[in-house]
Design a protein around this ligand. Structure first.
Ligand code: ADP
Ligand code: MG
Length: 257
């Protein structure tokens, strides 16, 4: 018997109603994700990527269709999913340290061990000196790192990252991407990364899912196989096949400039 998929997205449709009328954000969206996979999602702006992550995180109920995680229907947020939304959603009245511990607090998992792990992440991401600072005192990139640490600190089984690295400068972005991938692989987690950066998508993922224009559905799925030494996102960028994937995905995105 085949092992059942970790995440099953079945025929999702999402319709938003507002004063201006209705917006069909997602339509006939189906996808299965296996344990340990790293999935990147790319698609034109407004095609429903963030909406899909909100549904996967249990924050939004789809108009029709269902999501199953470990064969359990998703109806509300669960501890096994760590979500880093597109806006960092740091609490301005809490220090960086208090923000980082928030997820652990909610889960009643603040103890010497988890605090030490969180402190290690702060150090690694260069935020130790800002432990007692407030979010408003940080740059966009630093805020994003703090939000990422908060998500990683709860050590979720499934990580949802919405444009997680977009506010980081290019150098930091490459380093952080390598580290996040390393954490996912070494801790045998599953990740879904939404990004507008095609190179980032390819460099990190086992599969890249390309969305159609709104209403978003799966336009194509690319299984990424690269011949390169080492499997870090940085190394993967050097593979000869890299630019072929880039060209194909770029064409599929159909962005008119
Ligand atoms: P993406 O992340 O791919 O850029 P979104 O998922 O944020 O796209 O949005 C998809 C579409 O749904 C957009 O047209 C957006 O304006 C609309 N939308 C998203 N959230 C809401 C909401 N809460 N109410 C009404 N419309 C929404
Ligand atoms: Mg979005």
């Amino acid at each position: 018997m085949l092992p059942s998929s970790l995440v099953k997205i079945q025929n999702i449709a999402m319709i938003f109603h507002s004063a201006e009328g209705e917006t069909v954000a997602l339509k006939d969206f189906s996808l299965e994700i296996q344990h340990g996979e790293f999935i990147s999602m790319v698609g034109p702006s407004g095609c429903g990527k963030s909406t899909l992550l909100n549904i996967l995180a249990g924050l939004l109920k789809p108009t029709s269709g269902s999501v199953f995680i470990k064969n359990q229907k998703v109806n509300a947020p669960t501890f096994q999913v760590g979500y880093m939304p597109q806006s960092d959603q740091l609490f301005e009245w809490r220090t960086i340290w208090q923000n980082v511990l928030l997820g652990l607090e909610v889960q009643k998992k603040v103890n010497a061990k988890t605090e030490e792990a969180a402190a290690r992440l702060l150090k690694r991401y260069g935020l130790v000196d800002f432990k007692n600072a407030y979010p408003s005192q940080l740059s966009g990139g630093m805020r994003q790192r703090a939000a990422l640490i908060r998500t990683l600190a709860i050590s979720p089984e499934i990580l949802l990252l919405d444009e997680a690295f977009s506010a980081l400068d290019y150098q930091t972005r490459l380093v952080v991407a390598d580290e996040v991938k390393q954490i996912i692989v070494s801790e045998n987690k599953t990740a879904i990364l939404v990004t507008h950066d095609i190179s980032e998508a390819i460099s990190m993922a086992d599969r890249v899912v390309v969305f159609s224009r709104r209403p978003g559905s799966v336009k194509n799925i690319h299984t990424i196989t690269l011949s390169c030494q080492g499997n870090t996102p940085l190394k993967r960028r050097e593979a000869v096949e890299f630019k072929d994937y880039f060209q194909k995905i770029w064409k599929e995105l159909d962005i008119h400039v």
